[in-house]
Design a protein. Structure first.
Length: 297
């Protein structure tokens, strides 16, 4: 079996796991020809192990576990463990060593103090040791990781971080296979929902939307709504509404055969003259000239 090597020890990689930040200290690949002596990790430190080939024995906290191709296990803080290879078929291993931090630089000495809002982070903190067969096709992810760090194409650091996050998350999924817990993804914040409402109002209701109507839609005062629009777009509500109307009419001019009069009506202008005046003020040319010079045939 031709296994791709991975060796990451000098790349700054921070992973996000629910409410936790994980600092990756190294990612290694190798074959065991000698016993890995008994050792344990410090507070907040974990080792993720994946055995793609070969055989061996794991002794963790005095318990013996067979290591065979496809074995996946995690050793966390203060879990004493050693690995003994089968000399007739030495095992290969991908190993990811990481520590839990609360921010970019600060190490949390006691993981019990960390918030536990997400299931993945909670399962990680509550399970200092886990071992079992791979049920998440982990080898594919390690192959992807090896390719990224080998080729170093543009964006490889981001891709490396993303793949490592997937490896850690998929490993922790194994802890509670078959759980009946009701799982929900994070929902949009109120501000996110308000921004969507504002965007859609200018996109679809540009003809008639008023500041008061928009304020009622998003549950803010007119003054707060005006400030929100100014913050998001760098212009007042009035100017943003005018921009939305002008851009909508330009789109109609370029993508339809509607006469200028009907474009004016569609955009909510009382007369073609008022529309032409506003359009020329915004685009510095008449609607007909804009259509003739910019339309794609």
């Amino acid at each position: 079996m031709n296994l791709p090597p991975i060796d990451i020890d000098d790349m700054d990689i921070k992973l996000k796991l629910d409410d936790l930040v994980l600092n990756v200290l190294y990612v290694k690949f190798g074959y065991f020809h000698q016993t890995m002596p008994k050792h344990s990790h410090s507070h907040g430190s974990y080792e993720l192990h994946y055995i793609p080939s070969g055989k061996g024995l794991l002794i963790a906290d005095g318990q013996h576990y067979s290591l065979t191709p496809g074995t996946l296990f995690m050793t966390g803080p203060e879990v004493e463990h050693e690995q003994i290879p089968d000399q007739t078929d030495p095992m290969a291993e991908y190993c990811i060593f990481f520590e839990i931090i609360t921010g970019p630089l600060q190490l949390k000495q006691n993981t019990r103090d960390l918030p536990r809002k997400g299931l993945l982070s909670r399962w990680l903190l509550d399970t200092p040791f886990w071992i079992g067969p791979d049920q998440e096709n982990m080898m594919t992810l390690f192959e992807m990781l090896a390719r990224e760090v080998s080729l170093k194409h543009i964006g490889f650091h981001q891709m490396t971080s993303n793949i490592l996050e997937m490896i850690v998350a998929r490993t922790i999924r194994h802890y509670y296979q078959g759980t009946t817990a009701v799982l929900n993804a994070p929902v949009k914040t109120l501000n996110d929902s308000r921004l969507v409402t504002i965007e859609n109002s200018f996109l679809y209701d540009y003809q008639s939307i008023t500041l008061k109507q928009l304020a009622d839609k998003i549950g803010l005062s007119t003054r707060q709504t005006e400030r929100t629009v100014q913050k998001q777009y760098g212009m007042s509500f009035k100017d943003k509404k005018w921009q939305a109307r002008m851009e909508a009419t330009a789109q109609l001019l370029l993508t339809t055969d509607l006469p200028i009069r009907e474009v004016a009506i569609a955009a909510g202008f009382s007369t073609p003259e008022r529309f032409s005046h506003s359009f020329k003020k915004y685009y510095n040319q008449s609607p007909s000239k804009y259509r003739s010079e910019n339309r794609i045939t």
